[in-house]
Design a protein around this ligand. Structure first.
Ligand code: HEM
Length: 452
């Protein structure tokens, strides 16, 4: 087990604070959330109402799996995250409307289709590796670097050749202000304030979203005009037909879904990869062990689909990284009706957070929860663990559709980078979290990178 004070970079607050809610809201989650089955984040009277956290695998399973039909996307998520470009996507859809959208996209995520993407995943990593090599030994913030690689990859997976007409840097530049201000929008939704109220970065974020809407609409229009029957994700969405009503997706639904796949499909995986490299830079022994596995499995040849299964320790490292630093810190739900879950009496309209961050560090579920130890995910040690003790991708019918895509992609990128480079930490201040739509470090994750 590897210990480092940065692995738990704050002390849970006894009294929540408004300032913390905008900066890194998980600091407001109380210490009980790490040892009890549920916890309440106390109200900051009269501004912020109290909030309930579910921090027990059995209760989490009730909410997300066993009684999933009693819960929907909660009001806060919809208010904070839905905007003109993503509003009509499957992420926000409910009931039958959600089901057919989800079913339409599912074939793209079958195992054999994902394995066929292995060369694309490897190419995304190699483009980055070539850049790093050309630059020579130096310090790189791996957060934007991973974003660059995973964004290139998701564009190929979603649109194939259609990706060529997109200015990737401009698209990411428009997206960043929108993503990095979501904590404000969540806070306003919680406080019952109109989203029209100002907050730092709001105008830039809104201008970005307008541009993203125009640009994503252009991509859909171009594909429609080009025709063809490509089996990439956009192609599947274009040919989807609701089995109950026979209806096809409207332009607005196509744009929203294309956008949600482009965004959800890269930002989360980039976050997980950046944390993984940072953890490996801290724990050099695990980094060496991982490099040894990659060497044994791949030798000096290119990675191939059949290697994925054999890169077992690589997978464990990623799993452990997402336990300590899950890209999404919680899964939110709103109750559709009155329901009792264990000791919790929940009223129609109530909001609940299944707090993955706390479940992943719960003292009753994990030995030395704040230590880094990929062996926790070895098959013999995982046996008997409740399936909802570990929820980086959620669970139940709304589990992340891109889970296997992301796992294979991350294994390939990690293998490609680790066999070519050594990663070391650089002196600097203690880690400060900036929890937004994903769990990011306030000052990025700069690492020293040395070509091998
Ligand atoms: C490490 C990478 C990823 C993580 C940690 C992650 C995590 C999550 C989580 C926690 C949810 C919410 C589940 C819920 O509300 O119950 C979700 C939903 C979703 N994810 Fe991911 N995700 C990742 C990668 C991806 C990728 C690669 C794609 C697409 C290519 C994707 C597309 C989606 C979509 C479309 C949804 C909404 C599903 C629905 O509502 O039916 N994600 N993801």
């Amino acid at each position: 087990m590897f210990h480092d004070p940065d692995f738990m970079p704050f002390v849970p607050r006894r009294r929540p604070s408004l300032r913390v809610a905008a900066r890194n809201f998980i600091e407001n989650w109380p210490a009980e959330a790490y040892r009890d089955s549920h916890a309440t984040v106390r109200a900051v009277w009269p501004i912020l109402p109290e909030m309930r956290l579910v921090t027990d695998p059995v209760l989490a399973e009730e909410v997300l799996v066993a009684r999933a039909e009693k819960f929907g996307r909660d009001r806060l998520q919809v208010e904070a995250l839905a905007d003109e470009v993503n509003r009509d996507s499957l992420f926000f859809a409910e009931g039958a409307h959600w089901r057919w959208q989800r079913r339409s996209a599912t074939p793209a995520f079958r195992h054999e289709n994902l394995l066929a993407l292995v060369p694309t995943f490897a190419k995304g990593a190699d483009i980055l590796a070539d850049e790093w090599r050309a630059r020579g030994k130096g310090i790189v913030d791996v957060s934007p670097a991973m974003t660059q690689a995973t964004f290139w990859i998701i564009l190929q997976a979603v649109m194939g050749d259609g990706a060529a007409s997109l200015d990737r840097d401009k698209y990411l530049a428009a997206l960043t202000p929108a993503l990095s201000t979501t904590a404000w929008r969540f806070l306003y939704a919680q406080m019952g304030l109109p989203q029209a109220f100002p907050f730092p970065g709001k105008r830039k974020a809104e201008a970005g979203v307008r541009w993203l809407h125009r640009e994503t609409s252009r991509l859909v229009a171009e594909r429609r005009a080009a025709g063809g029957d490509a089996k990439d994700i956009l192609g599947l969405l274009l040919s989807a037909r609701d089995p109950e009503t026979g209806r096809v997706m409207s332009d607005s639904e196509l744009v929203s879904n294309l956008y949600i796949f482009m965004v959800a499909g890269h930002e989360t995986a980039a976050t997980a990869l950046a944390w993984t490299l940072w953890l490996l830079a801290k724990d050099q022994r695990t980094q060496e062990r991982l490099r040894a596995e990659i060497g044994t499995v791949l030798g000096s040849r290119d990675i191939a689909p059949e290697d994925i299964e054999r890169l077992a320790f690589t997978r464990q490292v990623i799993q452990e990284s997402m336990r300590l630093f899950p890209p999404g810190v919680a899964v939110g739900r709103g109750a559709r009706e009155d329901v009792t879950i264990g000791p919790l009496d929940i009223r129609k309209g109530d909001f609940l957070l299944v707090a993955s961050w706390c479940l992943h560090r719960h003292e009753k579920l994990w030995e030395e929860p704040n230590a880094f130890d990929p062996d926790r995910f070895a098959p013999e040690k995982s046996k008997g663990r409740h399936r909802c003790a570990y929820l980086p991708f959620g669970a139940g019918p709304r589990i992340c559709i891109g889970m296997s895509f992301a796992m294979i992609e991350m294994q390939v990128i990690l293998a490609a980078l680790l066999r070519q480079f050594r990663f070391r930490t650089v002196p600097g201040p203690r880690l400060t979290l900036a929890t937004n739509i994903t769990l990011r470090a306030k000052d990025g994750l700069p690492l020293e990178i040395e070509a091998l």
